[in-house]
Design a binder for this molecule. Sequence first.
Ligand SMILES: O=P(O)(O)OC[C@H]1O[C@H](OP(=O)(O)OP(=O)(O)O)[C@H](O)[C@@H]1O
Ligand SMILES: Nc1nc2[nH]cnc2c(=O)[nH]1
Length: 180
Amino acid sequence: MNNDIEKVLISEEEIKQKCQELGARLTKEYEGKFPLAVGVLKGAMPFMSDILRAMDTHLEMDFMDVSSYGGETRSSGEVKIVKDLDTKVEGRDLLIIEDIIDSGLTLSYLVDLFKYRKANSIKIVTLLDKPEGRKVDIKADVVGFHVPNEFVVGYGLDYKEKYRNLPYVGVLKPKIYGGE
Ligand SMILES: O=P(O)(O)OC[C@H]1O[C@H](OP(=O)(O)OP(=O)(O)O)[C@H](O)[C@@H]1O
Ligand SMILES: Nc1nc2[nH]cnc2c(=O)[nH]1
């Protein structure tokens, strides 16, 4: 699997340090509160696991699965709920955890949904931000790293469901896209 990677953009060590730093920051921001951390499946799973374990505060976890993409790398522009939360959102302080904001369609849909469901507050935390991909105006409150306008994989991010288990973020060799 590692042989399929052309270049590493963000190393395992850099991700570890960033999770500690952001976890400490969120610990202060949520002191005395009981936030509901919402992981957006599947990509956010590794980041959610690491950043929440770096937070020294009580919190609740739940998961949402929405899909804004077809089978491959291009956005269809559609967002649909594949799995909804089990938890009531009304009155809660939401901490949405994402792996990447690209077009912004996924998060824009989720923020509107959670506002409609009367969340008390909504904070967006994303490991990666790809500002050049934006199609709608949305910003994260907490960003780990900015990435260039390239398709990235690893640490939750897939290409055809593979590479999510890479411990770093990188770019695939061109032959992988053309090789099937
Ligand atoms: O800003 P956007 O252009 O909407 O892209 C970001 C979304 O795309 C990816 O999810 P995907 O729908 O591929 O599902 P996955 O997490 O299960 O891979 C990623 O995990 C984000 O949720
Ligand atoms: N794997 C992957 N999924 C994405 N979803 C939106 N942008 C990306 C990206 O660059 N890589």
